[in-house]
Design a protein around this ligand. Structure first.
Ligand code: CS2
Length: 496
């Protein structure tokens, strides 16, 4: 009987059959300890931190294998476990695709199935770093204030069942409690999510949760647990069935968990790891004393533009970021928003080439080899708007400066979360607040003068200050009026 090669699966036994042009781990995976636990084993981690670690291990093997934990579904574990954690990363641009097999993920766990195994791994003294990509909502905080949301049902549930947690703070604090009880030094927690001062946010949430769990644990965490901040950047669209088929053909074996990404990658972090870390900087990661200017640059330029492209591009009928910015009206709009409304808010260290950074961003958005869906980026807007658009707007309001394009982005979100597109078709709005937003929008109806104030009443997004600011309310209402009246494309074109 002949076995068709593609029916075989990527794994340690089939790696030798993968074409030689595909790079692969040069270290002995069997001899590695798990030194890093990563929470949130999505495509972004596999295309970013796991690759930096793979590079570090290639250069100098050390005790830094990764145990990846999924907080919700078993999908990634189901895909990766039969492959012993191996998967391909495809780097794509208009010149083609380069593949490598990544080996740094040694173990995968699914938190809802085995919380005890996750806690045991986190309490293991060999684990010295915990990294996290749990998305904005995974911090269970109020996005406008950055404080823990102690009414969050998952947080309440974890506090009532601390040995069977579900949330990031629930797992980390219980593991830290066990480490303290056992006299084991704490791990360092490195947030890799798109939040400004993500280390401070993490530290605050861990302390607040600990204070609710056990007296004095919050002080121990404050004194002993380092939570450096980091800025991460790499565009990683969701992998599609087409990607999997193309990559399997190139590898000669099936891979159920490949990731597809761009050549660009950046990682800037505060270098506070009292118990050590992999040598990520040897491969381009940038340890710095203060990461805040880099976070602001990335969130306000890249992510803000992404969100505007997502809402306004989707409403204008575009499916992907590349399609949207191929429309010159959109490209001009994004460039003008970055130059006129965002750049003046950035205070970069001397020598930073913001002009080059912005030109590179436009080229990255235009990468025709990535199908980055506007719908994907539009997800969870209630958690993203504050740090992407509203902070910059606040600064401009304080200086009496205009912000018409940023206001159009906010109005685009309002128009989008109504859940009906410009042709009358339904939009599948994904957001932790989706239901509440939809009800507010339904009661208000498609009238800017009613919809804008209705949505501005969501204080977790807009805080108390913006709904009370006349200039802000007027700008957003007028932008939303334009969207209802003339449609997204016209409004974008007018401001481009
Ligand atoms: C995107 C980000 O989905 C989104 O909200 O804006 O995931 C973006 O692609 C990354 O931050 C790029 O580093």
């Amino acid at each position: 009987m002949t076995v068709h090669p593609i029916s075989r699966r990527l794994g340690p036994d089939t790696l030798a059959s993968v074409p030689a042009a595909v790079a692969r781990p040069r270290y002995d995976r069997g001899g590695l300890d798990v030194g890093v636990v990563h929470i949130g084993l999505g495509a972004f981690h596999r295309a970013h931190q796991a690759i930096y670690t793979d590079n570090a291990l290639n250069a100098a093997p050390g005790p830094w294998g990764i145990c990846g934990v999924s907080l919700r579904t078993p999908d990634v574990r189901d895909a990766l476990a039969p492959q012993a954690g191996l998967y391909a990363a495809a780097v794509r641009d208009e010149d083609g695709e380069r593949l490598r097999v990544v080996g740094s993920v040694l173990q995968t766990l699914v938190a809802p199935e085995s919380p005890a195994a996750v806690l045991a791994r986190l309490a293991d003294p060999r684990v010295r770093v915990v990294t996290a990509t749990v998305t904005e909502k995974g911090y269970c905080h109020n996005p406008a204030t950055g404080e823990i949301d102690d009414r969050n049902p998952d947080i309440r549930r974890d506090l009532a069942n601390p040995t069977q947690p579900r949330t990031l703070p629930g797992f980390l604090v219980e593991a830290l409690r066990r480490r303290r009880a056992a006299g084991t030094p704490p791990f360092t927690v490195l947030s890799c999510d798109n939040l400004p001062t993500n280390g401070e946010v993490t530290a605050r949430i861990l302390r607040a949760y600990a204070a609710l769990l056990e007296p004095d644990l919050d002080h121990w965490i404050e004194d002993r647990v380092a939570c450096p901040s980091s800025m991460v950047d790499r565009i990683v669209p969701a992998t599609t069935a087409d990607d999997r088929a193309r990559i399997a053909a190139a590898l000669g074996v099936e891979d159920a968990a490949p990731v597809v990404t761009e050549p660009f990658s950046q990682w800037v972090f505060e270098d506070r790891f009292p118990t050590g870390r992999p040598a990520w900087e040897a491969f381009g990661a940038e340890p710095v004393a203060d990461v805040r200017p880099y976070e602001a640059m990335k969130l306000r330029l890249l992510n803000a533009s992404h969100s505007c492209i997502a809402y306004l591009g989707y409403l204008a009928g575009y499916q992907t970021v590349a399609e949207t910015v191929a429309d010159k009206a959109f490209e001009r709009f994004v460039a003008a928003m970055m130059d006129d409304e965002i750049t003046p808010s950035l205070r970069m260290p001397a020598g930073t080439d913001l002009t080059g950074y912005k030109a590179a961003l436009l080229a990255r958005f235009a990468n025709p080899a990535l199908r980055h869906r506007t719908w994907q980026i539009a997800m969870d807007g209630s958690q993203k708007l504050p740090q992407r658009l509203l902070e910059t707007i606040r600064e401009r309001l304080a200086l009496g400066l205009s912000f018409d394009r940023l206001a159009l982005g906010v109005a685009g979100w309002m128009r989008y979360v109504r859940g009906v597109d410009e042709t009358g078709a339904p939009i599948d709005v994904r957001d932790p607040l989706a239901e509440r937003l939809r009800r507010l929008a339904e009661d208000a109806g498609p009238v800017a003068g009613r919809l804008a104030p209705a949505l501005l009443s969501v204080r977790e997004v807009f805080g108390d200050d913006l709904p009370a600011n006349e200039a802000f309310v007027a700008a957003v209402t007028s932008a939303l009026d334009g969207l209802f009246d003339r449609g997204a494309w016209y409004c974008v074109e007018r401001l481009g």
